[in-house]
Design a protein around this ligand. Structure first.
Ligand SMILES: Nc1ncnc2c1ncn2[C@@H]1O[C@H](COP(=O)(O)OP(=O)(O)OP(=O)(O)O)[C@@H](O)[C@H]1O
Ligand SMILES: [Mg+2]
Length: 492
């Protein structure tokens, strides 16, 4: 339902009072005037500076700038036969005073059960407690997808008229992603974001998606608890065949409203340095949604109650930003001490907030959580229903290792075909992806130090000189692998 349909329904249901939160007052006033016209209601609007006006009339009622004086006039107006829609901007700020409060109550009492409706408009309308039961609250000024698409098309056409140099490369899927990204912003914000994109490089194409995603994040996440990350394409990670298939199988349902529920999230457990964090980025890339990391260092506050409040705010932001991939890296750290009460129960309450949200959320966001410390994970988190699937990232097998070597050679501008990647894969048993990457980097340094062109031998030497974590911390790694095996956790 869009805003006009929602408010029309409330008026027809004879709500005497509707609170409309908006940051786009002018736009919403226009929409309300349109709704009043459709429903044949007299339209009155008021603000402190403009006074009370009828319809589009420029002249205000005599001395109606004062809230109490205006409410007296409004009380007279409701007595008339003609049902009306009254819209008061920022009037809630004056309702703490006795006179306006009394007159406002009188007005509502008269409107009750009649087709007349009073709307309070503001950025965040605050109502005295005794009036709250009479009111419905909605948000306004947020165009729906159809309206956004129309606005985007209008702006692009406009821009083209003014500057013939605009180059547009927008396949339908990309345009859909642009619209989805702009969803949740006010019309003014949509215009600002689009202007930014168009003016920056006189082009409108796939690169603008990241620009818009960043704009939206800045607009919503004022506390900076979420961190915007670029996503990765599936080719950037070797192995992970099960996870890649799992995600690509569900990609369609993520965006459709079909009978299958959209996927909600995965938990990636596993050995350090085996690509879990990278896999989170790949998952977002495959789903075609932006990736935001929950910044745990910003979440925790020394003030009582503030940590949960921060988490609640961050999760509400995720819902407004959705569809997004919420990346919770090293999720065990959120619950670091949930078994003890050293921190006054903060982490227990944080866990509660998190679990409730995971269970009840209706938005289209996908959680990619990672952890390499199963001892730190509360059992509640592993229970069925919290994540759609739990994956285990083990040390890479020989073919994954060969893939990892190729990816990292390519990343440094080298040609994998010039190396014996098969031999390198065989000689890196027990290495994590991170350790293999490190061996490639060290080989580059040692070759350049010796003034030589890097070859298989340089990498081999580095591999031989490294003791991988699976050897140094054999016990911990063994414990993790056994744990996953006993529980039949799906390999990545
Ligand atoms: N399967 C892989 N394919 C390609 N690169 C990999 C792979 N595994 C690891 N790497 C490389 O190692 C780096 C470190 O991996 P990553 O941080 O994703 O591991 P992790 O499992 O999250 O480790 P930790 O448990 O320590 O957080 C990656 O950025 C990537 O460059
Ligand atoms: Mg990691």
């Amino acid at each position: 339902m869009n805003f006009e349909e929602e408010i029309s329904l409330l008026i027809k249901s004879r709500y005497p009072l509707v609170l409309v939160d908006t940051i786009d007052e002018g736009y919403v006033l226009g929409q309300l005037a349109g709704v009043a016209g459709d429903q044949r209601l007299a339209f009155y609007s008021w603000s402190l500076s403009e006074g009370l006006r009828v319809g589009q009339n420029q002249n205000a009622f005599y001395k109606s700038g004062d809230p109490a004086a205006m409410l007296r006039i409004a009380n007279d107006l409701v007595k008339e036969q003609q049902p009306a829609l009254f819209v008061f901007c920022d009037l809630d700020r004056f309702l703490a005073d006795a006179a306006p409060a009394r007159l406002f109550k009188d007005l509502l009492n008269k409107a009750k059960g009649t087709p007349t409706t009073v709307v309070l408009l503001g950025a965040e309308v605050k109502l005295p407690a005794d009036l709250a039961p009479l009111a419905a609250r909605i948000s306004g000024g947020y165009p729906d997808e159809k309206q956004i698409l129309a606005e985007v098309n209008r702006m692009v056409a406009d821009f083209r008229l003014k500057s013939s140099a605009l180059s547009v490369d927008m396949p339908p899927e990309t345009l859909m992603r642009v619209v989805k990204t702009l969803k949740g912003l006010s019309l003014q914000q949509v215009r600002n974001a689009m202007n930014l994109c168009l003016l920056k490089d006189a082009a409108f194409d796939g690169r603008d998606v990241a620009e818009l995603e960043r704009f939206k994040k800045e607009a919503f996440d004022r506390d900076g608890i979420l961190e915007y990350f670029g996503s990765e394409q599936p080719s950037g990670i070797a192995g992970y065949a099960n996870l890649k298939r799992w995600v690509s199988d569900r990609k369609k349902t993520f965006f459709s409203d079909g009978p299958l529920p959209p996927p909600k999230g995965v938990l990636l457990l596993g050995v350090q340095g085996c690509g879990k964090s990278l896999a989170a980025k790949v998952t977002a890339g495959e789903l075609g949604i932006p990736l935001y990391r929950l910044d745990l260092t910003r979440l925790y506050s020394k003030y009582i109650g503030e940590t949960e409040e921060n988490l609640r705010k961050a999760l509400a932001t995720v819902e407004r930003l959705s569809p997004v991939c919420l990346w919770i890296d090293e999720i065990e750290k959120i619950f670091a001490s949930s078994s003890g009460d050293i921190d006054g129960g903060v982490s227990k309450r944080v866990l509660g907030t998190m679990l409730t949200w995971m269970q009840e959320r209706k938005d289209r966001s996908f959680i990619a959580a990672t952890s390499n410390d199963i001892n730190g994970l509360p059992p509640e988190l592993l229970r069925k229903g919290r994540f759609d699937e739990i994956f285990f990232a083990d040390l890479p097998d020989v073919s994954a290792r060969e893939g990892i070597i190729k990816i990292h050679l390519l990343k440094r501008g080298l040609i994998p075909a010039e190396f014996d990647t098969g031999v390198l894969a065989l000689n890196s048993e027990g290495f994590s992806g991170a350790e293999i990457e490190q061996a490639v980097i060290s080989a580059l340094y040692s070759a350049s130090g010796a003034g030589e062109k890097i070859s298989t031998q340089h990498v081999l030497t580095q591999l031989k000189q490294t003791s991988p974590l699976s050897v140094i911390k054999a016990e911990a790694v063994g414990f993790l692998r056994n744990w996953a095996k006993e529980r039949n956790i799906l390999p990545v």
